[in-house]
Write a protein that binds this ligand. Structure first.
Ligand SMILES: CC[C@H](O)CC(=O)C(=O)O
Ligand SMILES: [Mn+2]
Length: 337
C-alpha cells in the first residue's frame, strides 16, 4: 500500500542533532531512533556527522562512533524509511558518498553556503550516478538577497538536484522573508522546493508554515527540537499542526509523539530550549552549529559567549571557518585586558 503524502518530511535529529550532543551518538542510540522513526512512518531520516560525511575532525568535532557504522545500523532497522546523508563539498568526498551508497543510503543532500552552489556540481552528479535521490541546499540563506538565492538554486537544479532547499541555518529569518524567498524559488525552479529552519528566534514553526503556504513540498524537522542551536522545527508538533491543516505527511501522530518522549528525551544532555546563547545565534545571524564551539572558546578565555557570537555575526563568519571562533574569542579577551 502506498502512503499518501502531500509533503515529504525529513527527520534531521540524527544529523543536525549531532551538533547538540557534540557528535556523540552511539550505534545503539541511532538504531533505536531510526527504528522508531521508521515505525512512525517518517519518509526520510538523515544520519551523518553534524557537518556531514567526513565531518569528524578536530575542526568540526570528533565523532564518538564512525558515521558509517551509524548509517549501517540505521539502514538495517528503518523499514520503509529511506536513509539520507548530508555532504558538504570540501568536507565530505565522493569516496564517502560511494561508501554510504553501498550501505544502502537512498538520498544525498549536498549543501553549500548560499553563494557557493557551484562547488556542489561534482557531488550532485556523482550522487545521481550512484542512483541516489539528490537534494541541493543553500545554507545561511539570510545572508543573500532573493535574486542571488534564486540564481544559486538554479545552479543546483542544473547540476541535477531533484529538490532544492533553502536553509535558515542561523534561525535568523522572519516569516515574511521566508515567504518572499520560497515564492521566488517556486517561480523559478521546476523541481521541488524545501525549507529547513532553526528555532533560535522561536520562529521555526511560523517560518515553516510560511514556506508551506508558498508551496514548499519538502520540510525538515527535528524531533524534540534535537538540532543545532535551539533545534529545528519540532517534528512531532509540526505533524499535529499539519493534521489540523489537512496536510498529509504519512506520519503517525501518536507514534511520533512517543518517539519524542520515550526515545529522544533520554538522549538529551540538557533540554533543547531557547537559551540566551541560542537567541543570540538567531539575533546575530550566526550558524547554529557554532554554538558549542563558541561556548567552549568563551570559557577558555573567560569572556561572555554572547560577545563571541555577536562578533562572529558582525564578521559574517560562515561554515568551514570554525577556527576563527577561537581567534575571535582570543581577540576579545585581549581587548578586555
Ligand atoms: C554545518 C552543516 C549545517 O549544520 C547544515 C545545516 O543543518 C544548516 O545549515 O542548518
Ligand atoms: Mn540545520
Amino acid at each position: 500500500m502506498t502512503t499518501e503524502r502531500d509533503l515529504l518530511i525529513t527527520e534531521v535529529a540524527l544529523r543536525d542533532g549531532s551538533h547538540a550532543i557534540a557528535h556523540q551518538y552511539t550505534v545503539e542510540q541511532v538504531a533505536k531512533v531510526a527504528k522508531a522513526l521508521g515505525e512512525a512512518g517518517v519518509p526520510y531520516i538523515e544520519v551523518s556527522h553534524g557537518d556531514g560525511l567526513g565531518g569528524s575532525s578536530l575542526q568540526y568535532g570528533l565523532s564518538h562512533t564512525n558515521e558509517m557504522e551509524l548509517i549501517e545500523a540505521a539502514v538495517s532497522v528503518s523499514g520503509d524509511s529511506k536513509i539520507a546523508v548530508l555532504v558538504l563539498p570540501g568536507i565530505g568526498t565522493v569516496h564517502e558518498l560511494k561508501e554510504a551508497a553501498k550501505l544502502g543510503v537512498k538520498m544525498a543532500r549536498i549543501g553549500t553556503h548560499v553563494t557557493e552552489a557551484d562547488v556542489a556540481a561534482q557531488h550532485l552528479s556523482k550522487a545521481k550516478e550512484l542512483g541516489l535521490e539528490t537534494v541541493g541546499f543553500l545554507m545561511m540563506s539570510h545572508m543573500a538577497p532573493v535574486d542571488k538565492l534564486v540564481e544559486q538554486a538554479k545552479l543546483m537544479e542544473s547540476y541535477g538536484a531533484d529538490a532544492v532547499y533553502m536553509f535558515d541555518s542561523a534561525g535568523a529569518l522572519l516569516p515574511h522573508q521566508v515567504k518572499e524567498r520560497v515564492r521566488a524559488l517556486r517561480q523559478n525552479l521546476q523541481v521541488d522546493v524545501g525549507f529547513h529552519g532553526h528555532n533560535n528566534l522561536s520562529l521555526a514553526m511560523a517560518n515553516t508554515l510560511a514556506a508551506i503556504e508558498e508551496g514548499a513540498k519538502r520540510i525538515d524537522g527535528s524531533i524534540r527540537c534535537l538540532g543545532a542551536g535551539a533545534g529545528n522545527t519540532q517534528t512531532e508538533v509540526l505533524i499535529a499542526v499539519l493534521e489540523h491543516m489537512g496536510i498529509r505527511t504519512g506520519i503517525d501522530l501518536y507514534k511520533i509523539m512517543d518517539v519524542a518522549e520515550e526515545v529522544i528525551a533520554p538522549i538529551l544532555q540538557v533540554p533543547q530550549e531557547i537559551t540566551r546563547d541560542n537567541l543570540v545565534l538567531g539575533y546575530a545571524g550566526v550558524y547554529s552549529s557554532f554554538l558549542l564551539h563558541a561556548q567552549r572558546a568563551a570559557k577558555r578565555f573567560n569572556i561572555d559567549s554572547r560577545d563571541v557570537l555577536i562578533e562572529l555575526g558582525k564578521r559574517k563568519v560562515v561554515g568551514g571557518q570554525e577556527d576563527m571562533i577561537v581567534d575571535v574569542a582570543a581577540e576579545l579577551a585581549k581587548q578586555r585586558n
